[in-house]
Structures are given as C-alpha cells and as structure tokens.
Design a protein around this ligand. Structure first.
Ligand code: ATP
Ligand code: MG
Length: 438
C-alpha cells in the first residue's frame, strides 16, 4: 500500500479559504455527523460530496466517514440498516435521503488475488489510513461540519482547483488492487471536465485487461454509473481513448465503423445525457437496448441469410447478443427481459395494418418501443414518415385510427378464417402475430 514511510502531512483549510457553506450540506448528513460527534465519535462528510461542493456542483448524495464501528452507528440511528456487500456500511435514512456511513478503513491487510486485486477491504483503521485507501486525491477530502474545516492529506484540494484526477499512491499498485478505479478515473474526468494526471493515466492502457478479472456484476454497476452520469457520450469517448472499452461493451469496437450505428448510438447517448441533466428519469433497459441494437441487427441479418424466418431469426439474434455480452458485463435479467420486448416491438411497429397494430398501443412497452423507433428514424434507419405516422396514430380518435391503418394485403394462399364475434374488434382481442417462437 501507499505510504510505507512517513505519514502524509495534513493540511487544514478554513471556511474562508474553501468557501463551502454549511447550508449546502444535506440535512441528513449534518444530522448524522452531529449525532456521532455528540457521542464522542469523529465524523466527516467525505468523498464526492466535498469534491463537488468545492466545484460548485450539487452533490448526488452525501457520504459520511467515522471512527465509530458500523454496529455503533446502527445503534445510534433508529432508521438505519447495515449493508454488507464488499464491506460493512450503514445506511441512515432521513425522509427520502439515504446517508451512507462508512467506518475508517486501513485499505491494507485484506486478501488479494494473484493479480493484486483486493478481495476484501474490511480492516478498520485511522483517519489517515482511511484517506490513503481512497482512490483519487480529489475524493479524499474530509469536511467537518462542526468547525467547517476541510482536511486534506494528499493534495486533493489543489487537484480539485487544478481540475486533475490523480490517484493516491502508486498508480500500478492501486489499479491492480481494484481495476474498476480505471473506469472511475474516466467517469470523473468526463463528468467533471477534469484531466487525468499523466502519471495516473500512463499505465491504464497496459492494465486495461485486468478488468477481465472483475466480477461481471460489479462491471455492470460501474458501467451503469458511467452511462447515467449525464456525460455518457464523453465517458464512452474517453473509454475508447484510454483503450478501456474492449470487452466491456464489444460493440464499441465495431460501432464506430458503421455510420448508421455510430449515429444511432450518439443520438441515444445525447438523449440520455439531456434527460439526466434536466432531471428526467432514464430507463437503463432502454439504454442497454440502444447500446446493443446494432449488434442485434447484424446477428438478425446473419440468421435471416441462413434461411430462417424473420421473427425467429430476430429472437435468436437477441439471445446470441445477450449471451455473448454476459461473459464480460452481465446485464441483470430484469433488464434483459425489457430489452427484448423493446427489440421485439421494432418489426411489429413497422407494420401498419390490421388489428394487431391497434393492439400494440396497449402493449406494456409500447412507449419505450415507440421512443426506440424514433431514435431509429432519427438515425436514418427507418423512414421518418413511419415515426410520424405512429406519433399521429397514438393520439388519434378511433375513427381516424381506422382510416390510418393500411389495408391488409390480399391473402396469397389460404385466407385466414375471420372471426365473427364483436369482441374481436376490441383492442387486445385480436390475435397477435409475431409472438416469440417457443
Ligand atoms: P459520485 O457519488 O459522485 O459518483 P463519489 O466520489 O462519491 O462520486 P462513490 O462511489 O460514492 O464516489 O464513493 C465514495 C468515496 O469512496 C469516493 O469518493 C472514494 O473516496 C471512495 N471510493 C469509492 N470507490 C472506491 C474505490 N474503488 N477505491 C478506493 N476508494 C473508493
Ligand atoms: Mg458518492
């Protein structure tokens, strides 16, 4: 670990120097610190929140670091629970706010795998050790709400001012301990408009393959953070630049070479970033469906070329793409189910005839499928006229809708037996074609 020799020197910044107003700290975080301090523990706001406040950015959430043991924290707050994934943390709830409280950790003494990856990081330590085990200098600042000082052991204050992401300690060692830190460097740099310090950046390309040893679920989590950062386009561009995208999303290799795919992806990311930046929600399933769409299209075409019927060829393509993806970055099933629904709606939305078109309006994923088709139209993959048709169709009255439907082509061989019953005229009652093959 870092700092085998002398202790890093502590610099304390007073209120008039750092300029962070106590009023910009969330009520919950202030309360947690206050109660811990009343019980003679030390407690600080740490991590991203201090960094963001120095930058004048509203923090996403507030983390608190303390010398109190998780059990003590849990005992002090009625509405709290212990979270025990990679290490023990406490989530303290205040209304809709969750404050994450972590006990100072040493960052050493844990188990590592043969590549140097820390398998556990759960040895408690002092504040100075806790600062050294954090990833970047800008993320290792401690704000004490009681006296309004900012404590800095690693030059994080200056790095925030210089807009530099700098790893604490030896970059190779720290990236080996946790290769996800490479992705974090890219995310923070892209999101905050920081540059990555040259010494921190230098080994990244060479160490990129270490991401393969990271559990797929953790990679997914990190990738989601990156995509939902409000700066996904910049993040992905920087991932490519650092050579970190290989294997994570194999499509990123191919996509730049396909003009339509590139445009589609760019539009999807831009739309996501705009939504996040304007406080709207984003559906991860929609986003991943977009990221993998051109892979699905390519596999679909291949399957059709093998003489498969179109719809079974699409369903097979969806499974092929998702299976290939799962090795590296496993997308949870709750998302893949929705992704498949969005994809499967695409050929159905291209038909504008018959009852099954009306039925689509009641499909639980209609809205997502329609939004997805809008993206395809904007990228030039399907005619804009098709998208406009759906825009009008969904708002039209029943009579107008019927008039808009393109008459079914005359049946070629055996005519379908028509249903007589009235109920067949109601949306939802018509037989839906193109259902998945069993
Ligand atoms: P944001 O929440 O804005 O994405 P953050 O810096 O708060 O950014 P978190 O993932 O919430 O990031 O983590 C909180 C803090 O925990 C970080 O600021 C950092 O100090 C520490 N940390 C998180 N992940 C790591 C890691 N992989 N290695 C070392 N320290 C980490
Ligand atoms: Mg945070």
């Amino acid at each position: 670990m870092f700092n085998m020799g002398a202790e890093p020197r502590l610099t304390v910044y007073a209120r008039d120097k750092h300029g962070i107003a106590r009023s910009s700290i969330s009520r919950g975080a202030l309360k947690v610190c206050e109660i811990l301090q009343t019980h003679k523990f030390s407690a600080y706001i740490v991590g991203g929140a201090v960094r963001d406040l120095l930058l004048g950015v509203v923090p996403k959430d507030f983390d608190v670091a303390t010398d109190a043991h998780p059990d003590d924290v849990h005992r002090l707050f009625r509405r709290s629970h212990l979270i025990g994934r990679r290490f023990k943390l406490v989530h303290v709830l205040f209304g809709s706010e969750t404050v994450e409280v972590s006990t100072f950790r040493a960052g050493e003494g844990g188990e590592a795998d043969e590549h140097g990856r820390l398998l556990r990081d759960n040895v408690y330590g002092s504040r100075v050790q806790d600062a050294a085990r954090r990833d970047f200098t800008a993320n290792a600042l401690y704000y004490d709400p009681h006296d309004e000082t900012v404590l800095d052991y690693h030059g994080g204050y200056a790095d925030v001012r210089k807009k530099t992401m700098r790893i604490i300690g030896d970059p190779i060692l720290r990236f080996r301990e946790d290769p996800v830190r490479m992705l974090r460097a890219v995310r923070f740099a892209a999101k905050l408009g920081f540059s990555i310090d040259p010494k921190t950046r230098a080994p990244i390309r060479e160490l990129a393959d270490l991401l393969e040893n990271v559990p797929a679920a953790r990679l997914f989590e990190e990738m989601l953070k990156l995509l939902l950062s409000g700066h996904s386009a910049a993040c992905l561009a920087q991932l490519r630049k650092e050579g970190l995208h290989h294997g994570l999303l194999p499509l990123l290799d191919v996509i730049v070479e396909q003009p339509l795919g590139e445009r589609f992806l760019r539009l999807a990311l831009e739309q996501t970033d705009t939504r996040i930046q304007t406080g709207k929600s984003v559906s991860p399933a929609f986003l991943f469906a977009a990221l993998l769409w051109h892979e699905v299209l390519a596999a679909w075409k291949l399957n059709e070329a093998k003489d498969m019927r179109s719809i079974p060829a699409l369903y097979l393509a969806m499974d092929e793409v998702l299976d290939a993806q799962t090795d590296k970055l496993s997308i949870p099933r709750r998302l893949t189910t929705t992704m498949k629904e969005i994809w499967a709606l695409q050929p159905r939305l291209e038909q504008r005839s018959g009852k099954r078109t009306l039925v689509l309006l009641t499909h639980p994923r209609f809205r997502a499928g329609y939004d997805f088709m809008l993206l395809r139209a904007e990228s030039g993959e399907v005619p804009m006229e098709l998208a406009n048709w759906w825009t009008r169709f969904q708002d039209a009255e029943l009579e107008e809708r019927n008039a808009m439907l393109i008459p079914d082509a005359a049946p070629k061989k055996r005519p379908r037996r028509r249903r007589k019953s009235k109920a067949a005229d109601l949306p939802g009652a018509a037989p839906v074609q193109d259902d998945p093959p069993n």
